[in-house]
Design a protein around this ligand. Structure first.
Ligand code: CMC
Length: 433
């Protein structure tokens, strides 16, 4: 019997089947042959929330959740965090290799050339309520960009796809900055292609109304934000990436697909978690109240936000890097009582049996909120920052999907549990008033 196979005996029929094992998986479609009779549809797997189902083959990001390992295109996240920049990392994710000096110059210039958005985008954004959440504005405005760039529908045309990648990477920070300025009642500030990717973004946020000089960010904070962008740039098949791939699989244009992915990221269990972490740290108020809070988490009253991960059952390597970066940021911005509370929470949780047995460790969101807050970002901007960075990963995954011959429109199966066929009941026979 070949070694890389799985023998399955269907006890309903006594028939034994052999299915191939490759890359530690069997193909779900190989189960379809397992039937009780000619009318039987064939065996399916039931996997709500994709707990144990690979939806694609990907060469972009590798995670070993038990070991706490994260690599982009083979490069350990720790090395990229220390030596790369977000723009270079975005190139790596999308093209699979680190760029040469010339490629990086060209890539950076192309993205910067696409920072600006059509003037009508400002009018569109003006329509949002004064207290609109910036993430809601980002979701809608990125979707609306699809109407400005109708050539983006040519998704199988490589130069066009390339163009949309420049556009999306270039325009996400601009739309994000506009959303921020709208929520503050400030005039929109134009991007400056002479500044770095992150420098330009910070400048658009901080530019004083009517000032002629660009707003230049503190280099330590600029580097810290760039680092956070690197760490958030991709994370294989997470909820928003799955949304990007799912919508992309219908051959929607990438602006619509990124809008869908951004919407998925908005949820408090995904990109909204760092906002929740900050609320939680504020609720706790002081280090002395941490133990009580942990007791309430263990009693099931709430979850410890920023802890736990579907994939990591060990310390999230990104959390470790961010925790270190927090100290250099706070040297510039001044100490943060919230960091002290977070460190105490981590100390107590990691020694607690509940967290040990459930394998709950700090995730990327646990410390990122503390840094963002120290840098002066309002909490509503936290998921927006995540979205800017994750756009690089979304685009890499989208392109991989389109070039993957095995992919089709995403369409899961279901197990129907509703009523069997029944006759329509006329209104007069339904009872009630
Ligand atoms: N605090 C307390 N208990 C938890 C937590 C938590 N943060 N996370 C999971 N658990 C418990 C949960 O109650 C369950 O316990 P039991 O088996 O006794 O019922 C067990 O751990 C497994 O939980 P799960 O919900 O089945 O795990 P999941 O893989 O579906 O959820 C998660 C992963 C990230 C949604 C979850 O850990 C969570 O809600 N964490 C808090 C929110 C958060 O920090 N999200 C950011 C995720 S990282 C960034 C990103 O991907 O966007």
């Amino acid at each position: 019997m070949p070694k890389d196979t799985l023998s399955i005996t269907d006890n309903r029929t006594g028939t034994t089947y052999e299915v191939a094992i490759a890359n530690g998986s069997i193909r779900a479609m190989d189960l379809r042959q397992i039937k009780t009779g000619a009318d039987d549809f064939g065996l399916m797997t039931y996997d709500p929330a994709f707990m144990n189902t690979a939806s694609c083959r990907s060469a972009i990001t590798f995670i070993d959740g038990d070991q706490g390992i994260l690599r982009y295109r083979g490069y350990p996240i720790e090395q990229l965090a220390e030596r790369s920049t977000f723009v270079e990392t975005a190139y790596l994710l999308i093209y699979g290799e680190l760029p040469t000096a010339e490629q990086l110059r060209d890539w950076t210039a192309q993205i910067a050339a696409h920072y600006t958005v059509h003037e009508n985008v400002k009018k569109f954004m003006d329509g949002f309520h004064y207290d609109a959440h910036p993430m809601g504005m980002l979701v809608s405005t990125v979707g609306a960009l699809s109407t400005f760039y109708q050539d983006s529908k040519s998704i199988f045309d490589q130069p066009s796809r390339q163009h949309q990648i420049y556009r999306l990477l270039g325009k996400m920070p601009t739309v994000a900055a506009y959303a921020y300025r709208h929520s503050r009642g400030l005039p929109y500030a134009y991007p400056d292609p002479a500044l770095s990717y992150v420098g330009n973004f910070i400048s658009m946020l901080g530019q004083r109304a009517g000032a002629c000089e660009p707003y230049l960010p503190n280099p330590v904070l600029e580097r810290a934000l760039d680092l956070l962008f690197i760490l958030h740039a991709d994370h294989e098949q997470n909820c928003s990436t799955n949304a990007m791939r799912s919508v992309g699989s219908s051959h929607a244009d990438p602006f619509c697909a990124v809008a869908a992915a951004t919407a998925a990221l908005y949820g408090p269990l995904h990109g909204g978690a760092n906002e929740e972490v900050l609320k939680m740290l504020r609720d706790i108020q002081s280090k002395e109240r941490v133990s009580d809070y942990i007791k309430r988490v263990k009693a099931g009253e709430m979850r410890l936000m920023g802890f736990g991960h579907r994939v990591y059952k060990n310390y999230d390597p990104r959390a470790r890097i961010i925790r270190q970066a927090a100290h250099s940021v706070l040297e510039v911005t001044g100490s943060s009582p919230l960091l002290d509370i977070a460190l105490e929470l981590e100390r107590i949780a990691l020694a607690d049996d509940y967290f040990i047995t459930h394998k709950l460790y700090p995730n990327v969101d646990f410390y990122s909120g503390v840094i963002y807050q120290a840098m002066g970002f309002p909490v509503t901007m936290f998921p927006v920052l995540f979205a800017i960075a994750r756009t690089a990963g979304w685009l890499a995954q989208w392109q991989e999907l389109l070039l993957d011959k095995e992919q089709k429109i995403a369409r899961p199966r279901q197990i129907y549990v509703g009523p069997a066929e029944r006759a329509y009941v006329p209104m007069e026979k339904r009872g009630g008033v």
